[in-house]
Design a protein. Structure first.
Length: 123
């Protein structure tokens, strides 16, 4: 796809650190369930819906933009460095997708998400 990482070994400590933030958990969960690359806007919208337990279409643009900023500057670079996410371009915009390496953290990811809101997650 595009920018790849993966130089970081997914030790238990590294995995715990990566999954210690709910936005990274939500991002990985959403991306790993998609068959196609996802825009940053779509990912931020679904994370906002998950965090607020609100319908995806009811999320305010300001909230989406705020989440996009934290994803872009904080969370996505960490997931790329760990080789869990790839960033590329599609139709002139930035897109993200999970890698096969997500399978290495699937059990931990599922455990972390067991308590999270799920009501409006799927679309």
């Amino acid at each position: 796809m595009g920018k790849r990482g993966g130089d970081i070994e997914l030790t238990p400590d590294v995995t715990f650190e990566l999954l210690s933030d709910s936005r990274r958990q939500y991002a990985l969960a959403y991306l790993s369930r998609r068959d196609q690359p996802v825009s940053m806007d779509e990912l931020a919208r679904h994370i906002a819906a998950w965090e607020g337990d609100d319908p995806v279409n009811d999320i305010e643009e300001e909230t989406i933009e705020r989440i996009q900023m934290t994803l872009y500057h904080n969370h996505i670079p960490k997931l790329i460095a760990a080789g869990l996410v790839e960033r590329g371009e599609q139709n002139g915009g930035q897109v993200l997708e999970s890698t096969d390496k997500v399978n290495q953290v699937e059990a931990e990811l599922r455990m972390g998400l067991d308590d999270g809101p799920k009501k409006h997650y799927t679309t």
